[in-house]
Design a protein around this ligand. Structure first.
Ligand SMILES: NC(=O)c1ccc[n+]([C@@H]2O[C@H](COP(=O)([O-])OP(=O)(O)OC[C@H]3O[C@@H](n4cnc5c(N)ncnc54)[C@H](OP(=O)(O)O)[C@@H]3O)[C@@H](O)[C@H]2O)c1
Length: 219
């Protein structure tokens, strides 16, 4: 039995992470801005008011969990605003950076002491953050925010290695959640793969970018 922190736990991939972790007997700290009936139905400890894009909220949360040991921190919370060259909204670009890029960075700076040697720090990133995979353009804010999240993950992998904490940067696949309008593979399939990748995460493969199906992804 291990202890997991999941951000963005109230719905989508985060909710399913909580469900599968509880089902297999792990302890879950479920962090969210606002809880949901589906999350309340699970045997997890819910922390509300946890906005990964907000310094004050995260400072407050870090005090709430001060001294609580965690084995795995999963940075799942994220937001996507679709844009193209004609429709870019700079406030939405900034918001995606605050949440998708600086969110995991805030969590790392504030909560890394909750992880001990052997701990794991996971970023649910996106293939949309890959330069080499970008064959279709657009999605400026989301792409740059997830590319930034990947950069955060690689630096963390280097910096946390001395403390024997490994860092996983994972693409969940295109998953049928609110974010995709219900298009893609099921959350069950995606999360099964994500948990397999987290299980395999170690100091040797720390800082690599993987699809939940195990495929290695290009930056
Ligand atoms: N679905 C896909 O195909 C796909 C593909 C690649 C990557 N991803 C990534 O997977 C992760 C989960 O996405 P999803 O598909 O489950 O999306 P989703 O159904 O839209 O859920 C997003 C989750 O993030 C939370 N969130 C958003 N902004 C937040 C903030 N500022 N602070 C805390 N929580 C916040 C949401 O909480 P609220 O209810 O409070 O908004 C919700 O729990 C994201 O990082 C996303 O970028 C998804």
């Amino acid at each position: 039995m291990h202890t997991y922190l999941v951000t963005g736990a109230n719905r989508g991939i985060g909710l399913e992470l909580c469900r599968q972790l509880v089902e297999r007997g792990d302890e879950v700290f479920a962090a969210c801005r606002a809880t949901s009936p589906e999350l309340e139905a699970l045997d997890v400890t819910v922390f509300e008011g946890v906005d990964v894009g907000d310094d004050d909220s995260m400072n407050k949360f870090s005090l709430e969990v001060d001294g609580m040991d965690m084995d795995v921190i999963i940075n799942n919370a994220g937001v996507l605003y679709s844009d193209n060259l004609d429709s870019i909204d700079m406030d939405q670009v900034r918001s995606q950076v605050e949440i998708n890029t600086m969110g995991p960075l805030r969590v790392a700076t504030l909560l890394r002491e909750n992880l001990d040697s052997g701990g794991k720090f996971v970023i649910v990133s996106s293939l949309m953050g890959s330069m080499s995979d970008n064959g279709s353009g657009g999605h400026y804010g989301y792409r740059l925010s997830k590319a930034g999240a990947n950069a955060v993950g690689v630096s963390l992998a280097r910096d946390l290695a001395a403390k024997e904490i490994s860092v996983g940067i994972f693409h969940p696949g295109m998953v049928a959640t609110a974010m995709t309008g219900g298009r893609g593979i099921s959350v069950e399939e995606s999360v099964k793969g994500l948990l397999e990748r987290i299980g395999e995460l170690n100091l040797e493969n720390s800082g690599t970018f993987l699809h939940q199906n195990g495929e290695s992804l290009g930056w």
